[in-house]
Design a binder for this molecule. Structure first.
Ligand SMILES: [Zn+2]
Length: 392
């Protein structure tokens, strides 16, 4: 296997190893029909390295051939009301800021199309969405968007676009620099703008790292995201954190004159040194968190409690693999009905509906995503479950 050692973001630094997380589930977004299939699902190596120049982080042991995306996978975040309202705000923001009426929007990694449909509807734009995980009807729909189940071709067959969006896909790409260069080439001399959204590596590297999952090859913080976009030939219009600091966005353009959309200073040397500090502490913090949660679960069970995990998304899968590999938790619940009765990769935990918590006698509900704390707390009260809500 050829390890990537040159920084993808700045193109200058040589990557330096800093945390070897061992093996982790490859298909953290797949919910298996049987426990046997789940238990047999593959593991891949996670060896994090960073760039001393720009603080970009990458899994240098990533093997693209281990991973493929298809319609059986569900990494959709739109089941949560908190994410839906965030997404609606984003549509409003982009519509107000950029000339989208009558424009063609190319959405790469469109998921099940919720965002593109809403953007086309609100902005009066035409949309083309691609995602290998897209499981809905293929072709045009009444919103003005058309959908393809498959990866965006990004070649001469890609229709001309005025705006390109890609949310929570860029970090999955083996060669993110090449991706941005290809888009820039496709833009040619037309005015084209774009919006990228990724998990924020400032958050990932400063916390336990439950979002350090196999499909995420790259970890971009404030500066490295700016750097890769600029190096690929785009102008940065605006960038910053979103969704309680867990996500990061960058808006960019080519062949657009006038001042940038935001006059806020772009991230620079300060952002790099802050991120390098977080990277230095990450390994110790990550392994301490694994131990802490294993101990907490064991202690609570010894006290007669029946602790559970709420949330069977990729963060939850990673948490279970690292903190509950032997399946000691009393249940794993999720609001997404497509996951109910299915089994999680490698550990084989079965996912059930939140309603199964009533009568289980649980006094501890663990969540891995602080953004959903209020939403889950309210549902627990509705279910009559009187439990302590802990954020891992
Ligand atoms: Zn770099």
């Amino acid at each position: 296997m050829d390890l990537v050692t040159r920084c993808s973001a700045c193109g200058e630094g040589e990557l330096v190893p800093f945390a070897d997380l061992g093996t982790i589930p490859v298909f953290c977004g797949v919910h298996w029909a049987s426990r046997d299939e789940a238990l047999a699902s593959p593991l891949g190596r996670m060896e994090l390295s960073y760039c001393p120049s720009c603080a970009y982080v990458r899994n240098v042991a990533f093997e693209p051939e281990l991973l493929h995306y298809d319609t059986t996978m569900d990494t959709n975040l739109h089941h949560s009301p908190a994410f839906q309202s965030f997404s609606a705000e984003l549509v409003k923001h982009l519509t107000e800021r950029y000339p989208l009426r009558g424009a063609t929007v190319l959405d790469i990694g469109c998921g099940q199309g919720e965002f593109l449909r809403e953007l086309c509807h609100v902005a009066g734009a035409r949309g083309i969405g691609y995602d290998a995980m897209y499981a809905g009807p293929v072709g045009p729909d009444p919103s003005g968007a058309e959908f393809h189940s498959g990866h965006a071709p990004l070649d001469g067959t890609t229709p001309p676009f005025d705006f390109v969006t890609s949310r929570h896909w860029f970090e999955h790409i083996d060669d993110p620099y090449d991706f941005l260069v290809t888009l820039r080439t496709l833009a040619g001399d037309r005015p084209v703008r774009g919006y990228l959204e990724v998990p924020d590596a400032c958050y990932d590297m400063a916390t336990a790292g439950w979002e350090v999952i196999y499909p995420h090859v790259s970890y971009f913080d404030a500066y490295s995201l700016r750097r890769i976009v600029e190096r690929a030939g785009w102008r940065v219009e605006d960038t910053g954190p979103l969704f309680q600091g867990m996500f990061r966005f960058v808006e960019f353009s080519a062949n657009v004159s006038g001042p940038p959309a935001s006059t806020a200073p772009l991230p620079g040397a300060d952002a790099v040194s802050r991120q390098l500090e977080a990277i230095r502490g990450f390994g110790a913090r990550h392994f301490a968190e694994r131990d802490k949660w294993r101990t907490l679960i064991a202690d609570r069970i010894a006290d007669g409690d029946h602790p559970v995990l709420w949330g069977a998304g990729s963060r939850g899968v990673q948490f279970l693999h690292l903190a509950d590999p032997d399946g000691k938790l009393a249940a794993v619940v999720d609001v997404n009905s497509r996951k109910w009765g299915r089994f999680l990769p490698v550990t084989g935990h079965e996912v059930t509906a939140p309603s199964t918590l009533a009568g289980l006698g649980t006094r501890t509900v663990i969540i891995t995503n602080p953004a959903y704390r209020d939403e889950i707390g309210a549902t627990l009260r509705d279910l009559g479950v009187d439990a302590e809500l802990l954020v891992a």
